[in-house]
Design a binder for this molecule. Structure first.
Ligand SMILES: [Zn+2]
Ligand SMILES: [Zn+2]
Length: 126
């Protein structure tokens, strides 16, 4: 998955490009209300990887980080708004990169669902 053991990603406007070294520890859909607000969607979807292997290859100056709580910071593109990553201030060795920004598309399993108590009732298609 990914050449040379990396995942690659970019934002919607293409100004930011990043890579993240494999392996993915786990991938998740997070239904917490902060992820819903930031993504404007039912969930934030992430691959959890080692922060040591995460590199912004292009457009680092465009990355803005928002501290959404004492525990977490959310990185996004200041031009197009694409959400790029979530990082914990308590576990700085890990970073959660957003599945929707990966190119090519993520093909690994998503094996966790987080904050099911706030999973939107409108999510299932009827
Ligand atoms: Zn962008
Ligand atoms: Zn969340």
């Amino acid at each position: 998955m990914g050449e040379a053991g990396y995942l690659h990603g970019s934002c919607l406007c293409g100004g930011i490009r990043y890579r993240a070294a494999l392996p993915v520890a786990y991938a998740s859909h997070c239904y917490c209300t902060m992820c819903q607000k930031q993504h404007g969607a039912a969930a934030g979807s992430y691959a959890n990887v080692a922060s040591a292997g995460f590199v912004i290859e292009q457009g680092a100056a465009l990355v803005t980080e928002y501290a959404s709580s004492d525990e977490g910071r959310r990185g996004f593109c200041s031009v197009c708004g694409s959400t790029l990553f979530w990082r914990s201030t308590e576990a700085e060795d890990r970073i959660a990169i957003t599945l929707g920004t990966l190119e090519p598309a993520y093909t690994g399993p998503v094996d966790h669902e987080l904050h099911l108590d706030t999973k939107p009732v409108w999510l299932p298609v009827k």
